[in-house]
Design a protein around this ligand. Structure first.
Ligand code: KG4
Ligand code: ZN
Length: 339
């Protein structure tokens, strides 16, 4: 079963070919980071235009590869939410056009579910072989921490497509907090990788920043932490110790994410824990979750944490097995929830 998958929900135009939900045959991404960098954040209108310019060349490249060695595509999948509406529309319409022109089944995918299924992908292998066979699929019940630029959700996954949301952010997403604090520190866009890099030289215990524990809840809140960094920077004056501030901020955020994930894993008897979304690329988060969680932690390879279409192709395979099909009325759903 070979799925052609599209992802255009935010600032990456991505097209992938995924076999049986696990094997990446092709994974193309046209990044818009340089386009948005001068603005310090994503400009939705510019993102839509760049998707329009980039998507057909990526599609042609993907199709040329399958045509050359006579492989067949069995279905087309596309992220239809959540995300920026103008950006989503580009992927949705191109996917519909391909499905219609080739008479292929169409599936509409949830971007956040896609992030979770990055954990099913077998990196670096286009087909099952002796070297890759031992990588087992994640096991249920699976506690998933989904942390991206726009979402922070703690989810209990009881089976394929079966989600219970345990908690969510009440204000900023984790990635948004990274991006905003990076901006305050003059570290540029995107903020997460920049903060991680400078924090390596900093002392994470130098400034005790607040943790919003929200007792009795699996929800998160990061706006207080962000404001505390702003206040601290005002106190520190024109030449703050940037590395120490970045490290202290990252430590506070990681502490809360890891603690709540570990508590949820224990309370709900998780067989495994999985990280997902762009912030799952963060090394201290990956390490801290592994230290605090008693069961095995699944970590997508760093390049598969941020937006890509391979993860959409993986999720689509399991949706396909469950009988999900979309038709040409499929539309962008900017606020589609994960559960
Ligand atoms: O999942 P993603 O690529 O896009 C959305 O769906 O939003 O996530 C992007 C977010 C950005 O906020 C970025 O700063 C953050 O992921 N990010 C990181 C790291 N790499 C990307 N945050 C912390 N540490 C990283 N290494
Ligand atoms: Zn994403």
């Amino acid at each position: 079963m070979r799925i052609l998958a599209f992802e255009t929900s935010c600032d990456e135009t991505a097209v992938a070919l995924v076999r049986d939900g696990r094997w990446i045959e092709s994974n193309l991404i046209a990044s818009q980071v340089d386009l948005h960098r001068p603005f310090g954040g994503i400009v939705p209108e510019a993102a839509s235009r760049a998707h329009l310019a980039n998507i057909v060349p990526l599609l042609e490249q993907s199709l040329a590869a399958v045509k050359q060695d006579g492989r067949a595509i069995d279905a087309v999948a596309v992220t239809h939410g959540p995300g920026l509406v103008g950006a989503l529309l580009v992927g949705v319409n191109v996917a519909k056009a391909v499905a219609y022109a080739r008479g292929l089944p169409l599936l509409g995918l949830n971007h956040l579910e896609g992030h979770v299924y990055a954990n099913w992908l077998v990196p670096g292998h286009a087909a099952p072989d002796a070297a890759s066979a031992p990588i087992a699929e994640p096991r249920f019940p699976l506690v998933c921490l989904i942390v991206s630029g726009a979402h922070s959700d703690l989810v209990l996954m009881r089976g394929h497509g079966d989600y219970v949301r345990l908690g969510r952010t009440r204000d900023d997403a984790a990635g948004e907090a990274f991006d905003k604090v990076a901006r305050m520190l003059g570290l540029g866009f995107p903020g997460g990788p920049a903060i991680q890099r400078v924090a390596e030289q900093g002392d994470p215990t130098r400034f005790p920043l607040p943790r919003a524990w929200l007792p009795g809840s699996y929800d998160f809140s990061f706006s207080g932490l962000k404001t505390a960094v702003l206040r601290l920077l005002k106190q520190l004056g024109p030449e703050p110790p940037v590395a120490d501030v970045a490290a202290s901020f990252q430590a506070a955020l990681v502490d809360v994410l890891a603690a709540k994930t570990a508590r949820a894993a224990a309370e709900f008897g998780a067989a495994q824990v999985a990280l997902a979304g762009g912030v799952a690329a963060n090394l201290p988060l990956r390490q801290t979750v592994q230290e605090r969680v008693d069961v095995e932690v699944r970590l997508p390879p760093v390049p598969l944490c941020t937006d890509n279409a391979a993860m959409i192709g993986a999720a689509a395979y399991y949706r396909w097995l469950a009988g999900d099909r979309a038709d040409l009325s499929l539309d962008a759903r900017p606020n589609l929830p994960v559960a």
